[in-house]
Design a protein around this ligand. Structure first.
Ligand code: TRP
Ligand code: ZN
Ligand code: CA
Length: 437
């Protein structure tokens, strides 16, 4: 699955970007204008209100929100209740790690094409030494508030939106890896991209964008360029947050980060403000990671950048890359009120299964198409009904393209179009038919 903005697949965007950059043109020029309604400004006060709740939860539960501790589950229940009230379909996924039960929270916004799911996530656990307000209350709260903004807008995106809050990230990306491993390969292929927010309110903030996927990266960069804030590529530890779990199974990833234990250089302090020679987050993994450890401006900008990305990336239909066409153009006559006939297309040299949106192009000449029952027969004999008979449908010819979810079928083998004429008088023939992979 490729993620695209209207008229542009990711592969195309990557190539176009590479070409334009090589020619010295601005990267901006390679982006097609998204047709999305403008993203809302996320109220940073709302994001901070969630952080206050995480702080209270930690304070009431031994000072942390760590895996296996009561503060973790209370954090999850808080987020879930907000999402349920906003119309999300939420699921708690349990796993076991280090002798304790862990939890992921998954929230689906109803609607959109689930074959193109745009997923956004943040880890909800803290280390045991503190409340984890920047790491990663900030990302958790920004993702929550963006999800609530989707609900307030009653957004009807073309792509399906799903959000995830991960458990036990601090113990080795445990929750997100569990989630990804629980998906079938088909389910994975339906996730067009994953956006990760981990530490987006660092007190001595930098503005870092993950550079894994060109389109996701560019979408975030466009937002920051639009508000005049320079960004850098995230290098403090690729693979050190939950996006790695998705990237490892081939899902395009992107994300935002304002820095952890690394020291801000003077060049960085010059462009972003803050203090050179000091960590981006001096309270990283410490007990001082409280609500006092948040840079409101950074939290605000990153929340708005996420909303921009959600609105931009979820709109527009994917233009599927031109597929490989397998066709049989030999005529097969269809006996009047007789047995079914078939025409075969042999597919070879492909790997894996057929696509979830296999296109079946049918060209049948007939003087009364209501007589015809048409099925696609997969190599293993499974059948997919393309068209039923219908006594009243007196038009002639069936010239149509049907879309079949053939993702449970091996791609290679002999595919058949099976046509039967089930009523007297009118006749015709299969002129041609084709499969587009
Ligand atoms: N939670 C991460 C960790 O404890 C924080 C982090 C460090 C991070 N480096 C990163 C998050 C780079 C995203 C990108 O390791
Ligand atoms: Zn973290
Ligand atoms: Ca007939």
């Amino acid at each position: 699955m490729k993620l695209s903005v209207p008229g542009r697949t990711l592969a195309t965007a990557t190539l176009a970007l590479a070409g334009l950059l090589a020619a010295g043109a601005p990267a901006q020029a390679a982006q097609s204008a998204p047709s999305a309604a403008a993203a809302p400004d996320i109220p940073v006060a709302n994001v901070k209100a969630h952080l206050d709740q995480f702080q209270s939860i930690a304070s009431a539960n031994g000072g942390n929100r760590a895996h296996g501790r009561s503060g973790y589950r209370a954090s999850l229940d808080y987020v879930k209740a907000k999402l349920d009230a906003a119309g999300y379909t939420t699921t708690i996924q349990q796993f076991s790690y280090g002798g304790s039960t862990g939890y992921n929270l998954i929230a689906d916004w109803p609607g959109g094409d689930t074959a193109q799911t745009l997923m956004t996530g943040a880890h909800l656990d803290s280390v045991s030494s503190g409340a984890g307000i920047n790491d990663n209350g900030s990302g958790s709260a920004a993702v929550l508030e963006a999800a609530l903004a989707v609900s307030r807008a009653q957004l009807q995106p073309d792509k399906h939106l799903r959000f995830g809050w991960w458990g036990a990230e601090e113990l080795g990306l445990v929750g997100s890896r569990y989630y990804v491993s629980s998906l079938s390969s088909t389910e994975r292929s339906r996730i067009a991209g994953y956006l990760n927010l981990d530490m987006v309110g660092s007190p001595n903030a930098g503005y870092f964008v993950y550079d894994d996927d060109t389109l996701l990266e560019q979408t975030f960069k466009d937002y920051f360029a639009g508000i005049g804030v320079p960004t850098e590529i995230e290098t403090e530890g690729d693979g050190r947050s939950d996006h790695a779990s998705f990237k490892n199974v081939g899902i395009p990833v992107g994300g935002l980060f304002t820095g952890a234990g690394r020291t801000k250089t003077s060049a960085q302090a010059q462009k972003w403000g803050g203090t050179a020679g000091q960590s981006f987050d001096r309270c990283y993994h410490s007990s001082c990671d409280t609500t006092a450890n948040i840079n409101d401006t950074a939290l605000d900008r990153n929340s708005d950048a996420l909303a921009h990305a959600l609105w931009t990336l979820s709109s527009g239909t994917t233009v599927p890359p031109d597929g490989d066409v397998y066709e049989n153009t030999a005529d097969v006559s269809i006996p009047d009120y007789g047995p079914a006939v078939t025409s075969t297309v042999n597919v070879s040299g492909r790997s894996g299964n057929a696509p979830s949106a296999l296109k079946v192009g049918v060209d049948i000449k007939h003087t009364y198409r209501g007589d015809l029952v048409i099925d696609l027969v997969a190599p293993d004999g499974s059948t997919y009904r393309l068209k039923n008979s219908s006594g009243g449908d007196s038009a002639d010819n069936v010239i149509a393209t049907y879309t079949v979810d053939a993702s449970s079928e091996a791609a290679n083998g002999a595919w058949k179009l099976r046509v039967q004429d089930v009523a007297r008088w009118d006749t015709g023939y299969i002129d041609s038919w084709k499969l587009t992979f």
